[in-house]
Design a protein around this ligand. Structure first.
Ligand code: NQM
Length: 362
């Protein structure tokens, strides 16, 4: 099934329909999407990482969940498929797909599907409307980067902090200096490097085409990324899609908290990734982390017991095509160490096509 999940688009498969062996599965996926080829002319990929995505969904391997979701990121122009990252946008389609395929059979007006996200070993709960037991895709919710409106898919995350890096702040620091650039290295569902746009000689308000055309900026980002990878516990990231690189700047709208431009990691995101946004929003909520100073209401949290402070707020991230709101709830301990309780966001998703794909012959 081809679906739009949030601001991404890709193919959703039942796990039983793909080879179990990862090498054979990845080879098939490349032939399905038409990679490696910049235009993906001989496959169903959309010639951009955001529209070349794969979700593999099947019965749960964890007893407290309803389904397993493995995200695969095929490269467009290289013969590579990565399972090193999760994707919160494709995640928005997983619950509806599971209902469409009968993996779960919810009753009533609303489905609540607990999803085991294999890439990071964490859990998301998707809540979305039903009509006669099937997903109701129509609704009034609009999200930045997608024209029109659709039904809201609410996603609540459990235990996503440190899913890839082992800790929310893998270096133990709120801010580090990497290759001469101040940054916050964070993983609240997606490994991300947060830097001030101004420190890199740009405003942070440029469009994606201008940022991608800036060879000096891209070379510096790649130097920082390669140095940050090992510091974040990700090892050599030269050929990896993580960490994501986010430039932050003061907000430009009355309702925004912080402005973002994200490289994923080489192309500039037309919006912002979901778990990427949750990670950047978490950094912005933390006093002492990069970007916190830009938040309009940066005042901090409620005092709690023993000198701890609770931060429970929505952070509105501006991005190239709109605004993304992420709710983060965390406690900062007396010694300054943050513990994340939960994070939640709203997306929409839509079934686009259901049928048989014909892969390029192997
Ligand atoms: O951060 C693109 C996307 C993503 C990832 C990427 C995502 C997330 O927007 O959860 O959704 O960062 O490669 O689809």
């Amino acid at each position: 099934m081809l679906m739009r999940g949030g601001t991404s688009k890709g193919a959703y498969f039942l796990s039983q329909d793909l080879p179990g062996d990862p090498a054979r599965r990845d080879d098939l996926v490349l032939r399905i999407v038409g990679s490696p080829d910049q235009r993906q002319i001989d496959g169903i990929g959309g010639a951009h990482p955001l529209t070349t995505k794969v979700a593999v969904v099947g019965p749960p391997s964890r007893p407290d969940t309803d389904v397993d979701y493995l995200f695969l990121q095929p490269s467009v122009d290289e013969p590579l498929v990565s399972d090193a990252q999760n994707c919160g946008n494709m995640l928005a389609g997983v619950g509806p797909f599971a209902v469409e395929r009968g993996l779960v059979e919810p009753e009533g007006a609303e489905a609540r599907v607990r999803i085991h996200m294999i890439n990071t070993g964490s859990v998301a709960i998707a809540t979305f409307p039903l009509s006669d037991g099937m997903p109701d895709y129509a609704g009034p919710t609009s999200i930045g980067g997608v024209p029109g409106t659709a039904a809201a898919v609410r996603l609540d995350f459990e235990d996503v902090a440190g899913g890839s890096c082992g800790a929310l702040l893998p270096t133990g620091n709120l801010a580090d200096r990497v290759e001469g650039t101040d940054c916050t290295l964070i993983d609240n569902g997606m490994p991300a490097v947060v830097m001030r746009a101004g420190d890199l000689g740009v405003t942070g308000y440029e469009d994606c085409a201008s940022l991608e055309a800036d060879g000096r900026l891209r070379a510096r980002l790649e130097r920082v990324r390669k140095a940050a990878g090992p510091l974040m516990g990700l090892g050599d990231v030269s050929a990896s899609t993580v960490p994501k690189m986010t430039l932050v700047a003061p907000p430009r709208t009355a309702t925004g908290d912080i402005c973002t431009r994200t490289f994923i990691p080489h192309r500039c995101h037309e919006a912002v990734g979901v778990l990427g946004a949750v990670s950047v929003a978490t950094a912005a909520a933390l006093p002492g982390a990069i970007g916190h100073e830009f938040l309009a209401a940066a005042a901090g949290g409620e005092p709690g017991p023993g000198g701890a402070s609770r931060i429970d707020r929505v952070v509105a991230l501006e991005h190239p095509t709109g605004t993304f709101e992420a709710a983060v709830d965390l406690t900062i301990g007396p010694a300054g160490a943050p513990t994340v309780h939960s994070a939640g966001i709203i997306r929409t998703a839509r079934k686009l096509f259901d049928g048989m794909v014909f892969p390029r012959p192997g």
